[in-house]
Design a protein. Structure first.
Length: 318
């Protein structure tokens, strides 16, 4: 059952007439009150523990008026605070998520307070501004490409991350969700945007990327590679330096059997047993063995492995 313009609709979308009445009767045990609706000559019945008089709301009574009268009947205390009806609430403005409407040229036509706060401006100051003038220069092209695709009806929605520049020069990263809103002709009339501040998350991600690059550079200088084995998937992720040492392409992933194929046949069994013990009872691996690369080159390697807890997902990995 749905409501539209104060009328009741059934699940086919047709407007139906209902005989609406509210009658106070003792409810089932544990039920404070409930509304029951039956189509046609049925009724809306309100069951209340406190008892009371029957209220008849007539035929096809608008739902909003019914709810208001019911509320006044249930809250007769003089001076009691009234609860605003949903139709009276400006959800756009009341939302704690940043929301904005833009025209097809990319200019803000309406902005709520939360969105203005994210950009360090008042909502009124943003109206009429083009999003491109507030966007980081590194993200303008991508933002305009998204707008082009939405106007061309390639998609009705889009989600992407971008940077806005505040008046003080600081940058705020936002996770943007955009939806097209059609006009009477069916063409895109405007766009509804929702933005969430992800600046802190991006700061952590960028810091982690920086640390990863430093680790890779240090490994390259020391000629030292590393790997991580996920016992649930069996996959082994290799660092770029270990890929170089093993003669593999950067970013390659393998599993234990695949890794053992690079070990000299005379050392393969011993290393396989050491890895097996590490997987079974977490005995650390510390041994020297020979590698045979794809081009026939032979190298000596010193392998060390132990278990550790991944701080991201909390799972144990080798």
């Amino acid at each position: 059952m749905f409501l539209r313009d104060g009328q009741m609709l059934d699940n086919t979308g047709d407007v139906r007439d209902y005989h609406l009445s509210i009658t106070a009767k003792p409810p089932p045990s544990g039920v404070r009150g409930r509304l029951m609706l039956e189509r046609g000559r049925g009724s809306v019945t309100y069951l209340s523990r406190t008892g009371g008089r029957a209220l008849n709301f007539g035929v096809a009574q608008p739902i909003r008026e019914l709810a208001e009268r019911l509320f006044r009947w249930r809250c007769p205390v003089p001076g009691a605070a009234t609860v605003p009806m949903a139709a009276d609430i400006d959800v756009f403005e009341a939302s704690v998520i940043g929301m904005a409407l833009t025209d097809t040229a990319g200019c803000f036509s309406r902005v709520n307070t939360a969105f203005g706060q994210l950009l360090g401006r008042s909502a009124a100051d943003l109206v009429g501004e083009g999003f491109a003038s507030l966007t980081s220069s590194e993200d303008i092209a991508r933002s305009q490409a998204v707008l082009h695709d939405l106007l061309a009806r390639v998609a009705e929605t889009a989600r992407f991350e971008k940077r806005y520049v505040r008046p003080d020069g600081s940058v705020v990263w936002m996770d943007m969700n955009i939806r097209t809103l059609p006009g009477a002709s069916g063409d895109v009339a405007c766009l509804l945007a929702q933005g969430v501040d992800i600046t802190e998350r991006k700061r952590v991600e960028l810091a982690a990327d920086g640390h990863r690059r430093q680790l890779e550079e240090s490994q390259h200088l020391a000629g030292l590679g590393s790997f991580e084995h996920d016992p649930q998937t069996g996959l082994i992720t290799l660092s770029d330096e270990l890929c170089r040492i093993l003669g593999l392409r950067a970013g390659a992933r393998t599993d234990a059997p695949g890794l053992l194929q690079l070990v000299h046949p005379d050392d393969r069994h011993l290393l396989g047993e050491a890895i097996g013990r590490c997987l079974a009872d977490r005995t650390p691996v510390d041994m020297v063995y020979r590698l045979v690369l794809a081009d026939g080159t032979r190298r000596w390697a010193h392998a060390r492995a132990s278990w550790a807890v991944n701080e991201i997902d909390g799972r144990d990995r080798m």
